[in-house]
Design a protein around this ligand. Sequence first.
Ligand code: UDP
Length: 370
Amino acid sequence: MRKKYDYLIVGAGLFGATFAHEMTKRGKKCLVIDRRSHIGGNIYCENIKGIHVHKYGAHIFHTSNKEIWNYVNQFAEFNHYVNSPIANYKGEIYNLPFNMNTFSKLWNISKPSEAQEIIEEQRKELKGKEPENLEEQAISLVGRDIYQKLIKEYTEKQWGRDCTELPSFIIKRLPVRFTYNNNYFNDRYQGIPMGGYNVIIEKMLSDCDVELEVDYLKEKDKYQDLADKVLYTGMIDEYFDYKLGTLEYRTLKFETEVLEDVSNYQGNAVVNYTSHDVDYTRIIEHKHFEFGEQKDTVITKEYSGDWKVGDEAYYPVNDDVNTKLFKEYQELSKSEENVIFGGRLGHYKYYDMDKVIEAALELVHQETGE
Ligand code: UDP
């Protein structure tokens, strides 16, 4: 018997929505379900006082892939926001990413050659050894002074473990520059969608059926037979009821405050708190993503914590142990007929948004052979 849908897509985040949109465009019938009460996954924005509040953490779109940039621009126009977070270390303010502004404030110097000399000197403690963990990688990139003030405690708060126990690739995400350039990203294209991220997902899903507040794993019998294939974008270990053990994640907690009649609280969208003195990792002032001129402001303190079953999973912890366990789950998933796993949680990968779209389009390509 023909099923009602070609695809059941579990999860209305960016991966699921991109896939649903593309398959619908190709004449496939898609049903998208999500356990939350809204679409958009973690890029969802809540409108508070006319400000788009990034409810599940700050999202800044950036990519060097022109195709992906053109792709997202069909759903929304992007503003000219450039991410330039600052770091607050015990009240001292430094520019990020690590660049000449950071170096000159820290060491009272002005020339790139002076900064390079200091870093070169500090790097000597590694005795020429290839960095094997985040701490060594950080010292190799920027030296111990910066590591101590801007990396060590922040990273330990964010990841809940010592920098010597973390993979070096995490810190390689950040540029190090010997120019006075505070742009956090090296990417060619960057911005925030005008009207907020919801506009994108709403457009992507406009021709699909969507059901919210449906927990697929609890209602599998009802839903799995509705479609020929299932795309599951939730946690792969949860799908299998953790039968091989739990993968590790970091969870986040957000404390959002509306500050009435405060038009500008911190002068920047993102301020990282890089010392252990405060428990939160950063404060986001959402209006600055869109150059808002509202009379009030909304700020969010972000806390990172150990994930346990039942919490929202945000960051996969891609160390060796978890990577091995993930591979085992991936093996197991091969026996699951007509189920595809995707997205940050399904792929257990620290994806940025552009990479999520890339991966979803790659899946479309695999499914259609185009
Ligand atoms: N990081 C840091 N200090 C900072 C900002 C970032 O040490 O002020 C390190 C930290 O290890 C973090 C990594 O760089 O986990 C990646 O930061 P990014 O801002 O890319 O993380 P995301 O925005 O994805 O949470």
